[in-house]
Design a protein around this ligand. Structure first.
Ligand code: IPE
Length: 256
């Protein structure tokens, strides 16, 4: 298989942040059209939860795990993020792309909040057939704590480590990784002090906002895999390998 693209769509670009369970349908349709217009090259998408899933996970305290008292939250949170997945996949099909929803809960495993296994063979085969697998941040059953919230960024990290992608991009609602004075940090290499990064997580964000994202991408970089963070309005630029004004997180073995 020629190496394809791995794309994360932040939950905040697909949903209305402040209104639980409300999707930004216009944004979803626009993004789907841009992706459908991308030439016939393998693509895998992972999206976040935004206001579908974060409020539920927060309400049931799932970030700390699950047991008898909060086990209901597993199904409720999963259902919420699956609804968003269905909308994203529906919009892609509508736009003429072949896409299929894949739910990490069904076959993945976490240990103390970290994703440790996810079956990648079906994803590879789907991409070889020209079908876009669309995964999402999800509740995943956990060896240590019952269940865990696994962010789309963790899934990106896992897939980036286990499948060969030509480029990995994260479309967000900010221009890139911003420094304390609001400027885009164009390149991050090595370990960056989290203090210099602006934009912490909101109280509803159970997976750590920009700080959590950078942690995952730096882990990916430590395996030699670079990634890029950019504003969703620049998605066509990323897809077509043009400059997008965002941040490149450089792999430690990557001198490009
Ligand atoms: C969260 O996924 C998954 C949940 C079920 C809460 P993400 O952490 O990737 O979602 P966003 O992109 O921050 O909204």
């Amino acid at each position: 298989m020629s190496e394809g693209l791995l794309l994360k769509l932040g939950g905040s670009v697909l949903t209305e942040k402040r209104r639980a369970g409300v999707a930004d349908s216009q944004a979803i349709v626009k993004i789907a059209a841009e992706i459908a217009a991308y030439p016939d090259s393998p693509l895998c998408i992972v999206h976040g939860a935004g206001s579908f899933g974060h409020p539920e996970a927060h309400q049931y305290g799932l970030a700390r795990g699950a047991g008898r008292n909060n086990r209901q939250g597993i199904a409720i949170t999963h259902r919420a993020v699956c609804r968003l997945n269905q909308m994203m996949v529906g919009a892609l099909l509508e736009a003429g792309a072949d896409a299929i929803g894949i739910h990490p809960l069904s076959g993945s495993w976490a240990r103390a909040g970290r994703l440790v296994s996810l079956e990648t063979r079906p994803l590879q085969r789907l991409m070889e057939m020209g079908i876009i697998p669309v995964l999402h941040g999800d509740v995943v059953m956990d060896e240590v704590q019952g269940a865990a919230i696994v962010s789309g960024d963790q899934i990106i990290r896992y897939l980036g480590e286990h499948l060969p992608f030509a480029r990995i991009g994260l479309a967000t609602d900010v221009q890139g990784v911003l420094s304390g004075d609001g400027r885009v940090i164009t390149e991050i290499s090595g370990i960056i002090d989290p203090e210099v990064i602006a934009g912490g997580s909101s109280h509803m964000d159970v997976t750590g906002g920009m700080g959590g994202k950078i942690r995952e991408l730096q882990e990916l970089a430590s395996h030699g895999v670079p990634s890029e963070v950019f504003h969703v309005s620049r998605l066509p630029d990323f897809l077509h390998a043009r400059p997008h004004g965002g941040t490149r997180i450089r792999g430690v073995r990557d001198h490009g």
